[in-house]
Design a protein around this ligand. Structure first.
Ligand SMILES: [Zn+2]
Length: 74
C-alpha cells in the first residue's frame, strides 16, 4: 500500500447540487460548501460543511482542486 499524501491537489472533485440548492463538493471524504467565486469567476472558494467547528477551506480553479487550506478538526 502506498502512503497517501496528506494533501492531494489537482484532482477533479465531485460536485453535486443539494436539494436546498447549494453546491456540495466532495474531496478525500470531506464535504465542502460553495462560498464564493473570484472576480474572474475562474477560482472558486469552498469551506468545510462543518464550518462551525472546522476551519478547512478549499480552492478550485476551472473545476480542479488547486489548494487545501487548514486541516480538518473532525
Ligand atoms: Zn472539516
Amino acid at each position: 500500500m502506498n502512503e497517501r499524501a496528506c494533501q492531494v491537489v489537482e484532482v477533479e472533485p465531485d460536485v453535486m447540487l443539494t436539494q436546498r440548492g447549494y453546491r456540495l463538493l466532495t474531496h478525500l471524504g470531506y464535504h465542502y460548501i460553495f462560498e464564493k467565486s473570484s472576480h474572474d469567476r475562474r477560482t472558486e472558494f469552498w469551506r468545510c460543511r462543518r464550518r462551525y467547528i472546522c476551519k478547512a477551506r478549499l480552492h478550485t480553479k476551472n473545476g480542479i482542486v488547486i489548494k487545501v487550506m487548514n486541516s480538518h478538526s473532525h
